[in-house]
Every structure is written in structure tokens, then in C-alpha cells.
Design a protein around this ligand. Structure first.
Ligand SMILES: [Fe+2]
Length: 454
């Protein structure tokens, strides 16, 4: 088999051989660590080689591309996932509330409940001449096959709320370093979320934005998780693109091993099976879900690739009806905007928006437009001081678009712009502070939403 070795490369370095990556690792690792973590880095100028050197090569059964996924009760459950280059036989996560120390492992363990080969589509052999008769086939005709890669998901439950959990990944005896994450508090709002969307292209900037997310978490221990608004990659059926995204996602991990659980949303570019394989979701019935961040904050994730009516509308109506009387903050996230700053509105708008109004949703997080926007508060399609503010549109590396700031909901209190960004959500019992943080750490917008008097 002739595998194309593009492990951990990106669009700017697609043909970089493995030896280059290891050389880069050797030369840059110390400089990178000090550059990234000693002081606030200048991310715009951080070069691609340096970024690549931070990622774990996919090799053998070495655990790489780790992530923690939250799609249910974030106080007591999590899915811990990783990737290996070889299938391996035994995949275990060791976890616990006490660190295993430098060479040990935490006390509890969970064998992965789900393992499998990512849905990889190999290049068409005939295009490269491999379909010709052997006498016509030359060395150059042999197609470069994409190396296989395997997902592993350990679903851990019965966790304690508001507790740091250490974990170590192990595949056939190959162990990762120790990581940790914090579960959501059972009640209260003393935490921060990071939201962002559209990491699908602009790989160097995507990596820089991942470092920005890590910096946000480093400078604020209250950052609990990272909600991704979708469009992780350009072509959702191409494993080679997901491979890069997953390796680059490692950059959101802090130097001390802190991992921000990801709350995933499906974008229009995330077609195919791999999205579900990456985030351990059922393709048929987990396209939308609610993540409970304790009893006071709910994040309802919707799918703008599925019809707004029918099962999704029925579920959304019932879910918002169930949640609204219970939670202090009721948020929704989905990919395509209902009140866009660039394109036309999502087809689901006529169904979703009345339900958002009916149940007094507090904030809507949108992506897809490749820009920044905050609308005026909107209810029943009009500006209304008791209405819902829609923010977002995605800037995790993708090229930014020019906005149509003349739209009524972006004027007279609303705003729009274009820059790479994340949205920082600081929860409190009385208000929710919503800030757009740019790649350089500066703030584009700082807006506070008061809790509803329901
Ligand atoms: Fe999109």
C-alpha cells in the first residue's frame, strides 16, 4: 500500500514529509512553549511550521486528536475521544478526580464503547492510471492512498459536578500525557463559555484561533467549554480534511493539560458520516441535542441542514417548553443564521423564530456568514426591547466576508463587521456578558443581556 503521508499537515504544508515535521518538532518545541505560554503571544505572526510542530503525529496506536464531547448532562457525563493510526485492540481511558502523577494513571477506567475506522474515501484509482493494464502502469500511476485512521470513544458517566477530572488515554499500551477537564456545576452560573464557528478553511488562521481559545481559557479559569457552530472543514466526506481539523484542535489544549469540552453543531459543509464519527453521535437521531450546563444554563443545538418542521420542530417546541421554566439562561446554537448579515435567512427561520419568541430564548448563536454581527433584540420579526439578540456568524479561520450592515436589525443598536473572532459568554445570575474577542485578543463588541423576569 502506498499511503500519502500528510499526517498533521495543512493546506499550506500538504506535501511536507514526515521527517520535516519531526525536525520541526525538535527545533521548535521549546521556542513554541515559551512563545505561546510565557506571555500573550502575537498570534497573527506565528508561523505555520511552529503551529504544525505542536500537533501529535498520527502513528501506530499513539493516542492523538483527543477531544472531550458534551451533548447531554455536562455535570455528570462526557465522551472522551481520540484517534489512532492503527486499529489496535484495547482502548481505555483512565480517569479520576486525582492526578495519576507524572508516570501513573488516574484510578478509574473505562474501556471505549465505540471504536471504528473513519469513513475514508480513497482517491479514484483509474484517474491515476491504476486501472490500466499492468504493461501500461508506471510507478507514477499508483494512486496515493489515504492512510487509515481509527476513532475511539469512551463514554464516562456518574461524574461529580464542578469537579476537575484528570484523564489519560491508552491504546494497546501506548499512553497519552495526562489531561483534565472540569464538569459543569450542578447549579449556578459562575462560568464562561467560548463560542465560534466556521473553521473550515484558512488553516493557519484556524490554528491561530485555536490558540486564541486556549489563551482565553488560560487567562480565565472560569472558561468551561467551547461550543462550535459548525463548518469544521470544507468537504465533510473527506477524512484528510477532518484529520487536519482534529490535529489542529489539539492547539486548544492548555499547556497544563486542560481540555475544553466541545459542544458540536453540524454545518452545511459537514456532510457525510465523519462528523458523527468524530463526535460520537448517532446519524439518525442526534442531529440536534441539549447540553445541560447545570440546572441553570441550557444550550439547545439545532441542525439547519435538516428541515425546520416535522421532527425537529416537534422536538424544539417540547424542549423549549420543558426547559424555559427551569433554567435561568436558555441559549440556542445552529449553523445558518435566522437574521444574517451577509446571505439570506435560513429556511428554518419561519419555524424556529416563532418558537424562540414563544419560549423567550435568551441568546441565539449563529455561524455560516463568515463575519461578525449582533442584532438588535427581535421579537415577532421586529425590534423589541424584550426580544432575542442574535450574535455570531463564524470566524475561526475562514476568510471573512463583507457584511450588509444596512439591514434593519443591524442598525440602530445592532452592528456588523469582519474579522476572525470567538464569542465569550460570561454567565451571571442577573446578566450575560457577550463579547467578541478577535485574534489579537482585543474586543470588537461588549454587550450585556439582562436576565428575563419570567
Ligand atoms: Fe456554512
Amino acid at each position: 500500500m502506498n499511503y500519502r503521508d500528510t499526517t498533521n499537515s495543512n493546506c499550506l504544508t500538504t506535501k511536507i514529509p514526515t521527517t520535516w515535521i519531526f525536525t520541526a518538532l525538535t527545533f521548535f518545541i521549546f521556542a513554541v512553549n515559551s512563545a505561546l505560554f510565557a506571555t500573550e503571544p502575537s498570534l497573527e505572526n506565528l508561523d505555520v511550521r511552529t503551529l504544525v510542530s505542536r500537533m501529535t503525529p498520527l502513528k501506530g496506536t499513539t493516542p492523538a486528536q483527543w477531544r472531550v464531547v458534551w451533548t447531554g448532562d455536562a455535570t455528570s457525563e462526557a465522551t472522551i475521544s481520540w484517534t489512532t493510526a492503527e486499529a489496535g485492540k484495547k482502548h481505555v481511558v483512565y480517569y479520576g478526580t486525582k492526578s495519576g502523577g507524572r508516570s501513573g494513571k488516574p484510578a478509574l477506567s473505562q474501556q471505549c464503547q465505540s471504536n471504528g475506522l473513519y469513513s475514508i474515501i480513497q482517491p479514484n484509482a483509474s484517474k491515476n492510471g491504476a486501472g490500466k493494464g499492468s504493461e501500461q502502469t508506471t510507478k507514477n500511476d499508483v494512486p496515493n492512498l489515504i492512510a487509515p485512521a481509527y476513532y475511539h470513544h469512551a463514554r464516562i458517566t456518574q461524574l461529580e459536578p464542578n469537579t476537575r477530572y484528570y484523564f489519560v488515554l491508552e491504546s494497546d499500551g501506548q499512553r497519552s500525557r495526562e489531561f483534565y477537564f472540569r464538569t459543569a456545576p450542578s447549579e449556578g452560573t459562575d462560568f464562561t463559555l467560548i463560542h465560534g464557528g466556521d473553521s473550515r478553511s484558512g488553516h493557519a488562521d484556524r490554528s491561530r484561533m485555536n490558540l486564541r481559545i486556549a489563551q482565553q481559557a488560560k487567562s480565565n479559569p472560569k472558561v468551561l467549554a467551547f461550543a462550535h457552530g459548525g463548518d469544521y472543514i470544507v468537504s465533510g466526506t473527506k477524512w484528510e480534511q477532518w484529520r487536519l481539523w482534529l490535529s489542529q484542535h489539539e492547539l486548544t489544549t492548555l499547556e497544563d493539560g486542560r481540555v475544553l469540552p466541545i459542544i458540536p453543531t453540524k454545518g452545511n459543509h459537514d456532510a457525510g458520516k465523519i462528523y458523527f464519527e468524530v463526535f460520537d453521535l448517532e446519524e439518525n437521531d442526534e442531529r440536534w441535542h441539549t447540553t445541560m450546563l447545570g440546572k441553570d444554563v441550557a444550550m439547545v443545538t439545532l441542525d439547519t441542514n435538516s428541515p425546520g418542521g416535522g421532527p425537529q420542530a416537534d422536538w424544539l417546541d417540547a424542549e423549549l417548553s420543558r426547559l424555559r421554566p427551569k433554567v435561568r439562561w436558555l441559549l440556542v446554537q445552529y449553523h445558518r443564521p435566522m437574521y444574517p448579515a451577509v446571505k439570506g435567512p435560513a429556511t428554518q427561520a419561519s419555524i424556529f423564530c416563532p418558537l424562540f419568541d414563544k419560549y423567550n430564548v435568551d441568546l441565539a448563536l449563529e455561524s455560516d456568514g463568515h463575519c461578525m454581527k449582533r442584532t438588535v433584540p427581535i421579537r415577532n420579526g421586529k425590534k423589541d426591547s424584550l426580544g432575542l439578540v442574535y450574535v455570531g456568524e463564524g470566524g475561526l479561520g475562514v476568510g471573512q466576508r463583507k457584511t450588509d450592515s444596512g439591514r434593519w436589525y443591524l442598525q440602530d443598536g445592532g452592528k456588523a463587521g469582519s474579522a476572525h473572532h470567538v464569542i465569550r459568554l460570561d454567565f451571571d445570575s442577573d446578566d450575560l456578558r457577550v463579547r467578541f474577542i478577535l485574534m489579537d485578543g482585543s474586543t470588537w463588541d461588549d454587550h450585556t443581556i439582562e436576565a428575563r423576569n419570567l
